[in-house]
Write a protein that binds this ligand. Structure first.
Ligand code: CTP
Length: 397
């Protein structure tokens, strides 16, 4: 619930701005006070009157001429300080570019520079604009600065095309705001989660990978964030949306994943759910390997990858709770126990991957600690994540 919390909502120019009106209703239904700032672009899509009626507050749209009785007193600095959270929804490509460069030519820009509150950004734009290197660079800059993102989603757009660029649904944005402001049992804790496969290059066009979908790791990141943890998710290549309120670092190889994990320390909790390739090709070819007529198939010689779980378990900045996964097809608990000792972690989530676990929706796991084994019933990966996050919270209570 958001009872009594102050949400400052910046509505920028996108056809999806109508969803901001629905978001205001949801937030107010949870007891939040919402003030809206309408940018010049935003005002092309929704009216100040609609936002004022739904927020029950005067709407700000001009840096130089604040409106409304009480509002005449409130400049951008006071508005920035009033907010417990600033939400930019929808955030257009242009607004993201302005934010990345710290431009303060309008009221929204000034507030975004002046605020100390957490900022949640919900982008919305055409898929080509979202994919453009300029937008990618702006997102990376803003994420690096600690801004939180939700979406965009993949799906049909206003124009007859489809792809990533749709504004997240108001319910999802409200959930992300709750998470952001969460005073959950893990608030103040930093959790590092790895997820997905790694890709180990053979040459510029080929790689070795595995069937991991990242579903379990991503669900764990979301579940920890929902309990108030600040979460860094280091993910190999996956086809999943970023979990709300989580900082995502994308990597390809095991060595990149280790570097990103170490760069994310210190952390209180590390949960390593990625299916890291144990081996890489010893000598990555600089040019595409060509088949020579009549020649035999090439032989790839492999080199051992670093073990991220073992490295973090023995790290100078070791997280207080380190949890690994074990993918087994037989003697699940026995192998998990050996792995726990060998890698030096605190808990192992052992899953039997002999069925359809990899890429599937469900997981059947054992939680193995130094002195106990719990068998959990088969359940959705999201439910495994929720239960694991609750166990982590219990551990820190
Ligand atoms: N892991 C890792 N770095 C690696 C390999 C694995 O961090 N280079 C982590 C995984 O994220 C997982 C655990 O270690 O948490 C799995 O251990 P691993 O030794 O890979 O065992 P399994 O994949 O379960 O299988 P096997 O024992 O057959 O190697």
């Amino acid at each position: 619930m958001l009872h009594g919390r102050h949400i400052l909502l910046i509505v920028s120019g996108s056809v999806a701005a109508f969803k901001a009106l629905m978001l205001v209703r949801l937030l107010r239904a949870e007891g939040a006070r919402v003030r809206a700032v309408l940018t010049a672009g935003g005002a092309r899509f929704v009216t100040r009157e609609s936002l004022a009626a739904l927020t029950g507050e005067p709407v700000q749209d001009d840096l130089w001429a604040p409106r409304g009785g009480e509002e005449a007193e409130i400049g951008h600095i006071r508005l920035a300080r009033w907010a417990d959270a600033v939400v930019v929804a929808p955030a257009s490509a242009n607004r993201l570019a302005q934010m990345a460069h710290g431009l303060a030519h309008d009221l929204a820009g000034c507030i975004l520079l002046a605020t100390c509150a957490p900022v949640l950004v919900a982008p919305a734009m055409n898929p080509a604009m979202w994919a453009h290197p300029a937008t990618r660079a702006n997102i990376a800059t803003l994420a690096e600065r600690g801004l939180h993102f939700i979406g965009p989603e993949d799906g049909p757009m206003a124009e007859p095309e489809s792809g990533p660029g749709r504004l997240s649904e108001p319910e999802a944005i409200a959930y992300a705001i709750r998470t952001l402001l969460g005073s959950g049992p893990l608030s103040g804790r930093h959790a590092l989660v790895t997820s997905g496969p790694t890709h180990e290059p053979i040459d510029p066009v080929r790689y070795i990978a595995n069937r991991s979908s990242g579903k379990q790791g991503h669900a764990i990141a979301a579940a920890l964030a929902a309990l108030g943890a600040r979460v860094t998710l280091v993910s190999g290549p996956v086809a999943l949306p970023d979990p709300p309120g989580v900082v995502v670092r994308r990597v390809e190889t095991a060595r990149d994943m280790l570097a990103a994990c170490e760069a994310s320390l210190p952390a209180d909790i590390a949960i390593l759910a990625a299916a890291v390739a144990d081996w890489r090709v010893a000598q990555e070819a600089a040019q595409k390997l060509k088949k020579q007529p009549g020649a035999a198939a090439p032989t790839l010689s492999m080199a051992l990858n670093p073990d991220i779980l073992a490295t973090l378990s023995r790290h100078a900045q070791r997280p207080r709770l380190v949890i690994g996964f074990a993918a087994e097809t037989e003697h699940v608990v026995q192998h998990a126990r050996e792995k726990l000792a060998r890698k030096g972690c605190d808990w192992i989530i052992a899953n039997d991957v002999s069925g359809d676990v990899m890429g599937g929706a469900e997981n059947a796991v054992h939680l193995v600690t130094a002195d106990a084994v719990e068998e959990w019933p088969r359940m959705l990966k999201e439910d495994v994540a929720t239960r694991l996050a609750a166990r982590v919270a219990e551990h820190f209570a």
